[in-house]
Design a protein around this ligand. Structure first.
Ligand code: DC
Length: 222
């Protein structure tokens, strides 16, 4: 059987990985897999099982048994107990705890096994932190997205508030992102063979186009 085609898109929080990966997958007829959503789903499941959040790795893995991936349009989405729980996994309670869960090596193995399984079966665009280095080191195209922290904060506020943030809001968001960058720094490293794409001054459409060009140059036919 022909080996499926994998594209990895890694980078720091709010660098636009997930929306870019989704659009690239849609354009090429691939499946998008958001590995961060799996860490978030495990965290949400653990919170449901024990809202006090006094879990260890075994408790998180036990709780995560309610998580399964389902194909939706161009994306695989995590379901909790069979139900789409997008709002819950993107909420503050999960966001403030997911970096701790993502440090647990058993949880990393659990996420990586699911991503590798999907990549064995489908042409995929996977976004995350360590996909090109650890999870799919043989991916045909690897991209690492960079963007200035203030620009990432501006985009995040625009997404959340639907308008440009003022200076105080921007400062607060920059501080939050810097904290998350520090928490996730260990696993957020570009692969030596990744193409670095600084998107600070690039539109979303331009990022997507550049990655599609890289994929076609590497033999993707979509
Ligand atoms: O990209 P995100 O904000 O949805 O990621 C959620 C958390 O999961 C964040 O703390 C980084 C972590 N993560 C990771 O450690 N490795 C990945 N491949 C993807 C996400």
């Amino acid at each position: 059987m022909k080996q499926p085609f994998a594209i990895t898109i890694d980078g720091p929080a709010a660098s636009g990985k997930t929306s870019t990966a989704f659009q690239v997958a849609e354009a090429l007829g691939f499946h998008h897999v958001d590995s961060g959503a799996l860490y978030r789903a495990a965290t949400a499941a653990a919170l449901r099982a024990d809202p006090s959040a006094r879990w260890d790795e075994i408790a998180v893995l036990e709780a995560a048994r309610i998580v399964e991936m389902e194909a939706r349009k161009a994306s695989f989405c995590p379901l909790l107990d069979g139900v789409d729980s997008e709002e819950e996994i993107r909420g503050e309670a999960v966001t403030s705890r997911v970096s701790i869960v993502a440090k647990m090596s058993g949880v990393r193995d659990w996420v990586n096994a699911q991503v590798r399984h999907l990549a064995d079966l489908h042409d995929v665009v996977v976004d995350g932190r360590d996909i090109g280095t650890v999870v799919l080191p043989n991916a045909r195209v690897k991209v690492f997205l960079l963007a200035d922290v203030r620009e990432r904060a501006r985009r995040r506020l625009l997404q959340r508030l639907g308008r440009e943030g003022n200076d105080a809001e921007l400062d607060e968001e920059v501080a939050k992102l810097a904290k998350r960058d520090a928490l996730d720094a260990v696993q957020t490293v570009p692969a030596p063979d990744a193409v670095m794409l600084d998107t600070t001054d690039m539109s979303q459409a331009e990022q997507v186009r550049q990655i599609i060009d890289l994929a076609r140059a590497a033999g993707a036919s979509g």
